[in-house]
Design a protein around this ligand. Sequence first.
Ligand code: ADP
Ligand code: MG
Length: 332
Amino acid sequence: MKKTAAAVAVILVAVLAVFVFYDGVLNKTSDADFFSMNTYVSAKVTGYESDLCTAEIQKIVENLDTEILSRTAENSLVSQINKNGGGELDLQTAAYFSLLLDVCRQSAGAFDFTLGAVSDLWSFGSSPKIPDENELLEALSHSGYEKIVLSGNSIELQDKSAVLDFGASGKGISLDSIKACLETRDIKNAVVSVGGSSLLFGDKDFTVGIRNPEGNAGSYIAKLHIGEGCVSTSGSYEQSFEENGKTYHHILDPETGYPVDNGLVGVTIVSESGLLSDVLSTACFVLGVEKGSALAAEYGCTAIFVTEDKKIHVEGNSDIIEITDSSYTLAE
Ligand code: ADP
Ligand code: MG
């Protein structure tokens, strides 16, 4: 009798050990942290193929940056297009460009990815300064998405001095490429952040913080409770400098070439698409609460606008937001 009990105990321990071992293998977590696209990228992936995925994620972001989207990497596709006034795109890139043009049109030019020469004059990311007025007007005269002709896989810049800039969309494009990769892998869930844009992947309840515009990177004013999707924030506090008592930031009004000054400090977009979350956060920031809300609704996204006077406006699903800083209130 004693022998039987001992044997059963041994079998139970063995089964438990096998279970713990397999659970450890199937649910193992891998992390990756690196710098690319001029920002910090972090990935946390859980599942059987997590190691493989974190390596792939790094490759995807770095390749997209240096081979396709960067306008400073000499041999990237976008650098070549900017230099030659056009070029040929692969199918996937052509699809991304087509969606970007759609957002340019739907936002009536509030989002415009031909502002590269204007952005360059502000030198955000290196040593920011107020540009010379004449240089700014000259650069602005060569921008305008209407000058892009996309025909199948060919792109042409009708003004050869127009400069394509993916500063407001590259991070979102990375998230869509990463999502497509994760879908082919044995993965339970993942959280990937490329700067202010995040992919939440898998069947899980995720919590994402909205940063305190006045605080440091670890301080939040609200939490978003969401399932699988992408979340991007454009904030005037992300890249800014002060001169003569005035603050200048990196989100530009395509009509003037100057930073948008409309009472907003941040816009967060929740979308199934990384690209849409990224570009709409910029577009809605430029458009302001009213027109931005209409644009977000058109694309079926939830938009959260944070104003200088600490009001939070939500367009879309307001059930997902929990305000955690009592100095901020939900606008009616
Ligand atoms: P972040 O880069 O902080 O995530 P955004 O996604 O809003 O912020 O992108 C801002 C960048 O996009 C700027 O640094 C600039 O390169 C570019 N940009 C600025 N204004 C516009 C605009 N109106 N439309 C498209 N791109 C813009
Ligand atoms: Mg953006």
